[in-house]
Structures are given as structure tokens and as C-alpha cells.
Design a protein around this ligand. Structure first.
Ligand code: PDD
Length: 288
């Protein structure tokens, strides 16, 4: 297999030739932000929105963006020339390489920019048709979960709790309310109404979350954005996960108990179909 091509500080080069200084603040402090963009046959799904969110994350951590949204889109297109088909594009920007380790934000550093691609692993037919198992856990992360930060130890440790028992995700609860999962957003359905947790600092506002809200409105599916209590999660008719790589997936068992009927529900099937139609439309926007 040939080595994938990566982007590193303005250059395209084989991934195995990218070397990053141990003094890089991304390595030393997890001082960086990132994005993951799904690409279907050359077409980014909501690429512009991903780079707008990158800008918001950079604003939150006081990091100057080295590129405009248009420049970012162009850089991804160049990288994608080396990676046809369905891809996940990973973009990371760190605060750069200071002369010494010091918590205080250094001035005048050039941010480190890194991008790579890997084949997009969309959910399998089996996962879509049967749904997936999840567990719940207390949300023990910090209070700035809206920043797409590379400091992911809280998410990593949360995700491992579900991996340990062979489950797909860890759905987190903070002070009796649903937040999100370790690497996905969570929606709940009760009595034909979709409930989505608020767009606040306790969740990463997913690009897929926003797309789902839009598709629900277009498809006349009732959706409310409001705090979702733990009891509503446990008593839900349906629970879904969304993310750039998972699209929308039904959760059919939670902590070993069936969710609703124990099968992907009717509103999941509707939203999944709307999502697939949306994907087909964006694929059509890029010439083969
Ligand atoms: N994760 N919440 C968290 C904590 C996430 O890490 C993610 C995505 C989401 C969903 O966001 P989006 O719909 O924009 O992908 C929500 C990515 C895919 C990852 O870290 O690999």
C-alpha cells in the first residue's frame, strides 16, 4: 500500500514524512483544535460549516486562523486529488512550536497546520438495520465542550467505558440531563417528537446535528431543542447518535436494556432516508 499524502504547514508530503517537534503546544498541552469532514466521492458534506466551526473553536482558544474558509476549502480539494472516493478529512491546527514549555500563550508563533485523509468508514448495513448498543456514564469532562479541542482525554476515557463492554458509544449525563456521547451528538424521540439537547457549552454542536435539525424541518418532523432529562432518555421511544462518520444511527440498547421496541424506530428510518437523499444530492454537485 502506498503511503497516504498529508498536508503539513503548506506542503503536501507522504504522511510518514511529517515530523512534529516535541515542543509543539499540541503535543505538550493538547493546545489545538480540529475538524473531521466527511467526503462523498470528492464532495465535502458541509465543508464550509466545518471551517466556520473551526474558526469559532480558534476564537475560543485565542488562536489566529492562518487561512480563510475559501483557502481551507482549496487546501482540502488539493489533498483530495490524491484520495479519490469516500474519505474522512482530518484537520488539526495547534498553537505552534515555542522555544520552551510555558503555560502562558506565546506571542508571534506560527500555528502548526496538519491535514490527512483516510477512507470514510460509513455505518454498515447491519448497524443501520439493527441499531447499536450504548451505555451511559456521568459526563466528567470540562465546561468548554463546545470547543472542538484536541485535548480529548475526557472523551477518550468516556469512549473506552463503552469499548470495554463491546458497545458503540458512551452517552453522557450531567446533573441529571443528557449532554452528548463521547464522539457523537444524541437525539431522543418521545411520542413522535424529536428532542435535541441545547446548543450550549456542554456539547460540541455537531455539523450533523444541525443538518438533522434542518432535514427534520424540511421533512415536517417535529423537533424541539431543549434540556432532555435522564428519565426521558431512559424512557425514550428512540435514541439516535449523529456524527460526521456515523451519519445517523439508532441506539437499540442502552445499558443492556432495549430502547423502545428494541429496533430502529419509524422516525429513525425517516431521518436516515432523508440523510441518504441529502448525501446523494451533494454527490451530484461534484463532477466525477
Ligand atoms: N467527532 N460531539 C463530540 C464530542 C464529537 O467528537 C463529535 C464528532 C460530535 C459530532 O459532530 P459532527 O456532527 O460535526 O461530526 C459531537 C468526530 C467525528 C471525531 O472526533 O472523530
Amino acid at each position: 500500500m502506498t503511503t497516504p499524502i498529508a498536508h503539513f504547514n503548506g506542503q503536501l508530503m507522504p504522511l510518514d514524512q511529517v515530523f512534529i517537534s516535541p515542543l509543539d503546544r499540541g503535543f505538550i498541552f493538547g493546545d489545538g483544535v480540529y475538524e473531521v469532514i466527511p467526503v462523498y466521492e470528492g464532495a465535502m458534506l458541509r465543508g464550509r460549516e466545518h471551517f466556520e466551526r473551526l474558526q469559532r473553536s480558534m476564537d475560543e482558544i485565542r488562536l489566529d486562523n492562518p487561512h480563510t474558509v475559501d483557502e481551507w476549502m482549496g487546501l482540502v480539494d488539493k489533498l483530495l486529488k490524491h484520495h479519490p472516493g469516500n474519505q474522512s478529512v482530518y484537520i488539526q491546527v495547534t498553537r505552534g512550536v515555542p522555544p520552551k514549555r510555558d503555560h502562558v500563550l506565546p506571542k508571534g508563533l506560527r500555528p502548526t497546520v496538519f491535514m490527512m485523509c483516510y477512507p470514510l468508514a460509513s455505518p454498515s448495513k447491519e448497524q443501520v438495520e439493527s441499531g447499536v448498543a450504548c451505555i451511559t456514564a456521568r459526563d466528567f469532562r470540562w465546561e468548554k465542550c463546545h470547543i472542538k479541542s484536541t485535548s480529548l482525554l475526557g472523551n477518550v476515557l468516556a469512549r473506552q467505558l463503552s469499548a470495554d463492554v463491546g458497545a458503540t458509544e458512551t452517552i453522557m449525563l450531567r446533573d441529571g440531563f443528557l449532554t452528548e456521547a463521547a464522539a457523537s451528538n444524541v437525539f431522543v424521540v418521545k411520542d413522535s417528537v424529536v428532542l435535541a439537547p441545547p446548543r450550549d457549552n456542554l456539547i460540541l454542536l455537531g455539523i450533523t446535528y444541525d443538518l438533522l435539525v434542518q432535514l427534520a424541518a424540511e421533512g415536517a418532523v417535529r423537533l424541539e431543542v431543549r434540556p432532555v432529562a435522564e428519565a426521558e432518555v431512559r424512557g425514550a421511544d428512540e435514541v439516535w447518535l449523529t456524527s460526521s462518520t456515523k451519519e445517523v444511527l439508532a441506539v437499540t440498547t442502552l445499558d443492556g436494556k432495549p430502547v423502545g421496541s428494541g429496533k430502529p424506530g419509524p422516525l429513525f428510518r425517516r431521518m436516515h432516508a432523508l440523510f441518504q437523499e441529502h448525501k446523494a444530492r451533494i454527490r451530484g454537485t461534484v463532477a466525477a
